[in-house]
Design a protein around this ligand. Structure first.
Ligand code: C2O
Ligand code: CU
Length: 573
């Protein structure tokens, strides 16, 4: 273990060292509950080091990060997100299955001084999600300043289990990240945009964090909110602990582990039994990040470095924490609560996943590029553009995605819209870990690995509002390791024309069909019913549960025979 006590001095200035053995009380973000959520992103200051102000971004009243939003599956939530920064932002609901236009990706910009009001129904299962800026290409910058927050989704299944769930007492949110600081007079400045690996470990924004936890089973909700670093997590006494949930839901049963790797964007919930640990004693949650922990056997150089980072201790990709085993959080044991959880549930839920037999389409994504000296990482050698749709999927398709990483580094691959199930990984670092085999939206792609997942792209379709897939290393994302996909609904079945009226022998033709209020539909015409080419003849936006369209075109009306169809909502959201 290494104690990191010196601020890096990029400007050639040295400032006072933080005393290594002085712990700071872990900050537990406040919670917001209900169905209306008010969030305001603003610039503020935090003293990470006593007496030194650091400019930060925070949602609401805190001085870094943001409140934990507690939502219930099935609820429709309304969010009021006010951008009080002096720059544009977006807010993405990482892991949520919601319409593209509510997703908060790079397209849903919130200009400075304005309020964005997305509303959506919570369809995800109980787990830990998060919200964070996703403005292209400023994600790394806004994350580095500290903008983000956790979301806890609750559901009936989770509520029925004997699990620790008193927030801040035996159910603890832990957002893990690190920052580098430099000095400017009496300020300690976060190094943004030129720092992939921080020198100081932060837990919920707290340096040298410590928490007192009751002498019983506790639940830790771990989120890797880093720029690039992965964590190989474990406890200083090498105790066994239990994974109970992945990114997007409960595991079928607790999975015993002594180490859990967590790549950027991933979440895991674990149960730790402190019931047999003496009151007053403490253990450390550690990053066992020496290179060999997750590197491939026999590999050297850059490839070997992730998740601990690269070999150097300074520069854009170096850090004082790279390739170290170090303390993340000191857990001190206090007395038990009045109704402690004292045993481990044997089962948690019963997930069923789509299998290869269900798959209707296989899609291969290659992570490419990154070769020195200036190479950026891309997908399929295509530079990211906000105006290019890289993949188009059919609504309700069950797809197999094969993510192949033969690029110059490891990455963290994240996809919006859906939760997937990982079905295989071939990698120099080995195959799937048992604790990765649950609902997930983010996966670790070791260099020279092939990773396969299956997902159903259901519920939301739009010809206009794409979802993103990207490397969750925000510096890579900003450089364009990102693509966009549309999920489109080509089905006509449930949009049948209900009534058809002709006004006189060659008169207008009035059509009426079932509709969703506020939705815009596209009308098409063909001379043949089995035609492969239908021409667009107009759109209609319905203001009720049915919509009307009247064809007045003389050419079409003069035809002896013709066919109409309502194809799809032009813009279902
Ligand atoms: Cu957590 Cu597209 O992001
Ligand atoms: Cu990457």
């Amino acid at each position: 273990m290494k104690n990191i006590i010196k601020l890096s001095a990029l400007l050639g200035l040295t400032i006072a060292s933080a005393p290594a053995q002085t712990y700071n009380a872990l900050w537990i973000p406040p919670t917001l509950t209900g169905t209306n959520f008010n969030l305001s992103l603003h610039q503020t200051n935090k003293q990470f080091f006593p007496g030194l102000n650091t400019p930060t971004f925070a949602y609401n009243s805190g001085n870094v990060w943001g409140p934990t939003l507690i939502m219930n599956k099935g609820d429709t939530v309304q969010i009021y997100l006010t951008n009080n920064l002096n720059q544009t932002t977006t807010t993405h609901w990482h892991g949520f299955h919601i319409p593209g236009i509510m997703d908060g990706g790079p397209h849903e910009v919130i200009p400075a001084g304005t309020t964005w009001t997305p509303t959506f129904t919570i369809l995800n299962g109980a787990s830990t999600y998060w919200y964070h800026p996703h403005l292209h290409p400023a994600t790394q910058n806004q994350l580095s300043y500290g903008a983000g927050g956790m979301i806890i989704v609750q559901d009936a299944q989770e509520a029925s289990l004997p699990l620790p769930r008193t927030y801040g007492v035996d159910d603890i949110p832990l957002a893990l990240t690190s920052r580098r600081f430099t000095t400017n007079g009496s300020n300690a400045i976060v190094v943004t945009n030129n720092c992939a690996y921080g020198d100081y470990q932060l837990v919920n924004g707290t340096i040298n964090a410590q928490i007192t936890l009751p002498q019983q089973y506790v639940r830790l909700r771990l989120l890797n909110a880093e720029i690039e670093r992965a964590y190989n997590l474990g406890f200083s006494d090498n105790r066994t602990f239990y994974v109970i949930a992945t990114d997007g839901g409960l595991a079928n049963a607790p999975i015993p582990v002594t180490r859990v790797s967590l790549a950027v964007g991933e979440r895991v919930q674990v149960l730790v039994n402190l019931g047999t640990t003496a009151v007053g004693s403490s253990i450390n949650l550690m990053a066992y990040n020496t290179a060999a922990s997750l590197g491939g056997a026999g590999r050297t150089g850059l490839q070997f470095a992730y998740p601990g980072g690269e070999p150097s201790s300074s520069g854009q990709f170096g850090s004082l924490l790279n390739n170290q085993n170090y303390n993340i959080l000191n857990l001190k044991v206090g007395s038990a609560t009045t109704n402690p959880i004292t045993s481990l549930p044997t089962t948690l839920t019963n997930n069923t996943y789509w299998t290869s037999n269900d798959v209707s389409n296989t899609r291969v994504i290659n992570i490419t590029g990154g070769n020195p000296p200036n190479g950026v990482f891309t997908f399929d050698n295509v530079a990211f553009s906000m105006n290019v749709i890289n993949q188009t999927l059919n609504l309700n398709a069950i797809e197999k995605w094969v993510v192949i990483n033969n690029s110059a580094f490891s990455h963290s691959f994240h996809i919006h819209d859906i939760q997937f199930n990982l079905v295989s990984r071939t990698s120099p670092a080995g195959g799937l870990n048992a604790y990765e085999q649950g609902w997930k939206d983010t996966l670790y792609t070791q260099q020279n690995s092939t990773n396969v997942f299956i997902a159903k792209f259901d519920t939301f379709a739009s010809y206009y509002n794409p979802f993103m897939y990207h490397c969750h290393f925000s510096d890579h994302e900003d450089q364009g390791t990102m693509g966009q996909f549309l999920v489109v609904n080509n089905s006509v079945e449930d949009l049948a024309i209900a009534s058809f009226t002709r006004h006189g022998p060659n008169g207008d033709i009035a059509l009426q069909f079932k509709a969703t209020p506020g939705t815009t539909y596209k009308l098409q015409y063909s001379k043949n019913m089995d035609s492969s080419s239908w021409s667009d003849i107009g759109t209609v936006t319905s203001n009720g549960i049915s919509a009307n369209f009247t064809d007045t075109d003389p050419t079409r009306l003069a035809q002896p025979r013709g066919f109409y169809r309502v194809t799809i909502p032009v813009n279902s959201y």
